[in-house]
Structure formats: C-alpha cells, structure tokens
Design a protein around this ligand. Structure first.
Ligand code: HEC
Ligand code: HEC
Ligand code: HEC
Ligand code: HEC
Length: 127
C-alpha cells in the first residue's frame, strides 16, 4: 500500500513539474519592437499556434521541433531580426518581400487566401 502511494505521489509530482516547466503559449501577442512607420501588430497567437499553423517552428524557425511541452525559452524574433549583423533580414524593412514578418505572415495569408494581407489588417490605423 505504501509503495502504491509513493508511486502515485511521484507520478503526481512529475505531472506538476511538467506543467510548471513547459513553454507557455501566449494568447495575444503584440510585435512592436520596430514600430516607427507602422503601428504595432497584435494577433491571436494561441489560435495560430494551435489550430491555424501545424508546427511552432513554421514561425520560430530557429528552434526546430519546438512544442508547447518543450522545456526551453522561446526567443524573440527581434533578438536576431531587429538590427541583424548576419544574413537575417530586418524587421524594420517595409518591403513585403524582405521584412521577415511580411515574408512569413503575409506569405501564408496570401497562399491560403485567409488572414489579412492589407497593411491596415495588421497595422491598425493610428487613432
Ligand atoms: C500579416 C500582418 C502584416 C501585414 C498584412 C503587413 N505587415 Fe508590416 N509588419 C508586420 C509585423 C508583425 C511587423 C513587425 C512589427 C514591429 O516590429 O514593429 C511589420 C513591420 C513593418 C514595418 C517596419 C516597422 C516600422 O514601423 O518601421 C513597416 C514599415 C511595415 N511593416 C509596413 C507594412 C506595409 C506598408 C504593409 C502593406 C503593404 C504591411 N506592412 C503589411 C505585419 C504585417
Ligand atoms: C504564426 C506564427 C507563430 C506560430 C505558429 C507560433 N508562434 Fe510563438 N510567437 C510568434 C511571434 C511573432 C511571437 C512574438 C515574438 C516577439 O515578440 O519577437 C511569439 C511569441 C511566443 C512566445 C513568447 C516569447 C517571449 O519571450 O515573449 C512563446 C513562449 C511562444 N511564442 C511559443 C510558441 C509555441 C510553443 C508554439 C507552437 C505550439 C508557437 N509559439 C507557435 C509567432 C508564432
Ligand atoms: C537566433 C536568431 C533568429 C531568431 C530568434 C529568429 N530568426 Fe528568422 N532568421 C534568422 C537568420 C540568420 C535568417 C537568415 C538565414 C536563414 O534563412 O536561416 C532568418 C531568416 C528568416 C526568414 C526567411 C526570410 C526570407 O527572406 O526568406 C523568416 C521569414 C524569418 N527568419 C522569420 C522569423 C520570425 C517570424 C521569427 C520569430 C518568431 C524569427 N525569424 C526568429 C535568425 C533568427
Ligand atoms: C501558415 C499560415 C499562417 C501564418 C504563418 C500566419 N498566419 Fe495569420 N492567419 C492565418 C489564417 C488561415 C488566418 C485566418 C483565420 C480565421 O479566419 O479564422 C489568419 C488570421 C490572422 C489575423 C486575423 C485574426 C487574428 O488572429 O487576429 C491576423 C491579425 C494574423 N493572422 C496575423 C499574423 C501574423 C502577425 C503572422 C506572423 C507572425 C501570421 N498571421 C502568420 C494563417 C497564417
């Protein structure tokens, strides 16, 4: 009986530990580190991460195999794309073919014919 109890306890402990350590998938995310010419972009991250896009690394491409149960820190895109010193493209770029967000985000919306492609669909008009 004691043995069973201790097994149950350790199972419970592992479960709690996993929940506590796993990556939290944020609900709404706002990207605005580069906001100079355009307003910050807010989108439903949880919906993208769990239903609209199959794999996390479609966007978090530098962290292959990332899952919501991963025990790792998720890097901000700006860590590499704000003022890149290597081959990474700049998120300050306005071109739809160069800015990494435009490439990834607008690229998919165009391909799937769903989701905003017009500027104001992502960069809301200043009030
Ligand atoms: C699917 C969403 C999306 C669409 C559509 C979109 N953008 Fe962006 N754009 C972003 C994101 C995300 C960033 C990064 C924002 C940041 O870091 O401030 C960005 C960054 C920018 C930046 C650099 C940030 C700055 O303020 O200097 C400019 C300029 C820009 N976009 C212009 C445009 C223009 C013009 C259009 C329409 C032709 C457009 N965007 C359409 C998502 C989008
Ligand atoms: C549609 C693209 C996309 C998908 C798919 C996606 N993410 Fe994200 N995620 C982002 C963007 C953009 C940010 C904001 C990063 C930034 O601020 O530079 C972000 C932020 C995060 C953050 C917060 C990072 C921080 O320090 O603020 C976590 C954690 C995260 N994502 C986890 C995940 C996980 C886990 C998955 C898969 C289940 C996932 N994401 C799928 C685009 C995506
Ligand atoms: C650790 C650094 C790092 C992080 C973090 C990072 N990137 Fe990148 N990214 C790069 C580098 C370097 C390249 C260019 C070489 C390559 O394609 O791998 C690149 C390329 C890209 C490209 C391809 C550009 C093109 O013109 O085809 C896209 C799109 C992109 N990143 C989007 C993102 C998004 C969105 C995030 C955040 C969710 C992100 N990156 C986070 C380093 C990073
Ligand atoms: C692989 C495909 C894919 C990628 C990558 C993707 N999206 Fe989307 N997005 C969609 C689809 C599909 C919809 C339409 C969802 C709906 O109508 O329910 C959508 C809807 C949206 C919307 C409107 C609804 C909402 O979530 O607020 C915004 C804003 C948006 N996307 C921003 C972004 C941004 C910013 C990125 C890049 C960080 C991005 N998307 C990357 C597929 C994608």
């Amino acid at each position: 009986m004691r043995r069973v109890l201790s097994i149950l306890l350790s199972v419970a402990f592992c479960l709690i530990a996993t929940i506590a350590l796993a990556v939290k998938v944020p609900e709404k995310v706002t990207v605005g580190e580069a906001a100079k010419k355009q307003t910050p972009v807010t989108f439903d991250h949880a919906k993208h991460a769990t239903t609209l896009v199959k794999t996390c690394d479609t966007c978090h491409h530098d962290q292959k195999g990332l899952t919501k149960d991963a025990k790792t820190e998720v890097k901000k895109c700006s860590a590499c794309h704000l003022d890149p010193k290597d081959k990474a493209t700049s998120m300050r770029d306005m071109a739809l073919t160069k800015n990494p967000f435009h490439v990834r985000c607008v690229g998919c919306h165009k391909a799937e014919k769903k989701g905003p492609v017009a500027c104001t669909g992502c960069h809301p008009k200043k009030k």
